[in-house]
Design a protein around this ligand. Structure first.
Ligand code: NAP
Length: 237
């Protein structure tokens, strides 16, 4: 049966790959991003989809987007909390506004999206949060990003236990290192150092992460789970 997806941060990178994967399966997908590019509708093709400008750090913006999806499609079956922001900086130098922006997007954003989507989700619905290995391991310069993703891991567990009685499942997929706009600025030396830590010795692809998110969204007996999809990085960082 065709499912109705909301993918936050679905305008590029991993989120776009998730949207394409679900559309390829015949599902309907609403993509949220702050500034979705005009060509996105063409990229997403003929299968019914929605492109909704929304800022996940703003509860009102998110509520309007979820209400719009529900008004057009009658409900939401899958929410992928994928929208993410990275701002690096060591503890003493990280600007406070970067700390706040990262937490507001990666952690509070997932909370706002869940709360706005939940009234439109029925039994059997599924939430996939997108974490990061640095939410589980200390990585220098990733105070804000790591803290936000660690928070998201904790939030995932609370969501899973609170929503189980409604038969809504919540899981955390944890990508390792994937070349996207977010990681494009990683210089060659840092990339080499990271690759040396990845047992499979390569970056992941957006499609490899999307495939796992797609599968986890459809799994019927998994909730509160953490699914590293990282070439083994978590074991070795
Ligand atoms: P990306 O290419 O930078 O894409 C980020 C997406 O999030 C874009 O669609 C962006 O669109 C959207 N976004 C950012 N802030 C937003 C906001 N406030 N409200 C709504 N949308 C927002 O990043 P990515 O690499 O695909 O990352 C996707 C997710 O995977 C993130 O949660 C990231 O932390 C996680 N992850 C990535 C890696 C990696 O190696 N790439 C590793 C581990 C985890 P706009 O800018 O138009 O809003």
């Amino acid at each position: 049966m065709s499912r109705r997806w909301v993918v936050t941060g679905g305008s590029r990178g991993i989120g776009l790959a998730v949207a394409k994967r679900a559309l390829a399966a015949g599902d309907r997908v609403a993509v949220l991003a702050r500034r979705p590019p005009p060509e996105l509708a063409v990229t997403l093709g003929e299968t019914p989809h929605l492109v909704l400008p929304a800022d996940v750090s703003d509860p009102l913006s998110v509520a309007a987007a979820m209400a719009s999806v529900a008004a057009q499609w009658g409900g939401i079956d899958v929410l992928v909390n994928n929208a993410g922001l990275h701002r690096g900086g060591k503890l003493e130098r990280l600007p406070l506004e970067d700390w706040n922006a990262v937490l507001a997007t990666n952690l509070s954003g997932a909370m706002h999206c869940l709360r706005a989507a939940l009234p439109h989700m029925g039994g059997g619905a599924s939430v996939v949060n997108v974490g990061a290995v640095v939410g589980f391991r200390g990585f220098p310069g990733d105070a804000a990003y790591g803290a936000s993703k660690a928070g998201l891991a904790g939030l995932t567990q609370v969501m899973a236990v609170e929503l189980a009685s409604r038969q809504v499942r919540v899981n955390l997929v944890v990508p390792g290192f994937v070349i996207t706009e977010m990681t494009a600025a990683v210089d060659e030396r840092a990339r080499e150092r990271l690759l040396a830590r990845i047992p499979l010795r390569r970056e992941g692809t957006e499609d490899e992460i999307a495939e796992v998110i797609y599968w986890v969204a459809g799994s019927t007996y998994m909730t509160g789970a953490v699914i590293p999809t990282d070439g083994g990085l978590m074991c070795n960082l």
